[in-house]
Design a protein around this ligand. Structure first.
Ligand code: NAP
Length: 245
């Protein structure tokens, strides 16, 4: 029960990695607020873990600020922010539209910026907090993902700067960079390539040293560690969760 008495806000918490994280934090005692675009799915996830749901489009500043306020109201503080909301709009550069670029940059970069800026207020005031932002192995480059890899590399820089700015207030900021994780997002990639998801996962597994694709719980466990006192002297780090180096 590492998070007993603490309140956590998970953006993009309705599904995939965010939902697994919300579940894990709740299982270890946190009051969790699930904030997501998809209100019905957020409600479903929240109900399953005894948490709260708020409809929140992270690209909308008012929505994000309201989600932070809802978290503070639910638990009396905000101890943990996990900024998980994300989308992909893959395309080769020559076919990538302005909309593909804007949607991905806005969701990951502006969305995370809005979330961390709103969350730092109560955290700085109480002189404690844990923030985890989500990058990706795509930050290192990935064909068809100029928009996404740019955003995910940007989040690594954001994490390091926030760790410097917020460290003096006892707020740890870290970044988790997953490899291939089996979620709706990677199903979308398989669909786009016209490959059945099972077959796609088998092909990916063969390239992973641990010989399997990651599951949302693999990432949730890492995020939970970074949000816990076990990681109290870890800040500004990018931790790859990719089944290998
Ligand atoms: P997912 O299953 O698609 O979940 C993402 C969640 O974020 C969905 O519930 C989605 O809602 C929500 N969302 C999207 N745009 C939003 C917005 N503007 N405001 C609020 N919520 C929004 O994806 P996932 O695989 O768990 O991804 C979670 C995070 O991990 C993302 O940042 C992703 O980039 C990152 N990541 C994933 C992988 C992977 O292999 N899966 C690898 C590296 C990094 P809708 O479904 O309604 O759009």
């Amino acid at each position: 029960m590492r998070f007993q008495g603490q309140t956590a806000l998970v953006t993009g918490g309705a599904k995939g990695i965010g939902a697994a994280t919300a579940k894990r934090l709740a299982a270890e005692g946190a009051t969790v607020v699930v904030a997501d675009f998809d209100e019905a799915a957020a409600e479903e996830t929240a109900q399953a873990i005894g948490g709260h749901a708020v409809r929140c489009d992270v690209t909308n500043r008012e929505d994000v600020e309201a989600a932070v306020e809802a978290a503070v109201a639910a638990g009396g503080s905000l101890d943990i922010l996990v900024a998980c909301a994300g989308i992909i709009r893959d395309n080769m550069l020559f076919k990538m539209s302005d909309d593909d670029w804007d949607a991905v940059i806005d969701t990951h970069l502006k969305g995370t910026f809005f979330a961390v800026r709103a969350a730092q207020k109560p955290m700085v005031a109480q002189k404690s907090g844990k923030i985890v932002v989500i990058s990706s192995t795509s930050a290192l480059g990935n064909r068809g993902q100029t928009n996404y890899s740019t955003a995910k590399a940007g989040l690594q820089g954001m994490c390091k700067t926030l760790a410097i700015e917020l460290g003096p207030f006892n707020v740890n900021v870290n970044c988790v960079a997953p490899g291939f994780i089996a979620t709706a997002m990677t199903e979308q990639t398989a669909d786009r390539m016209g490959v059945p998801f099972e077959q796609f996962m088998e092909a990916v597994s063969a390239e992973v040293p641990l010989r399997r694709v990651g599951q949302p719980d693999d990432v949730a466990g890492t995020i939970a560690y970074l949000c816990s006192e076990d990681a109290s002297y870890v800040s500004g780090q990018v931790l790859y969760v990719r089944g290998g180096p």
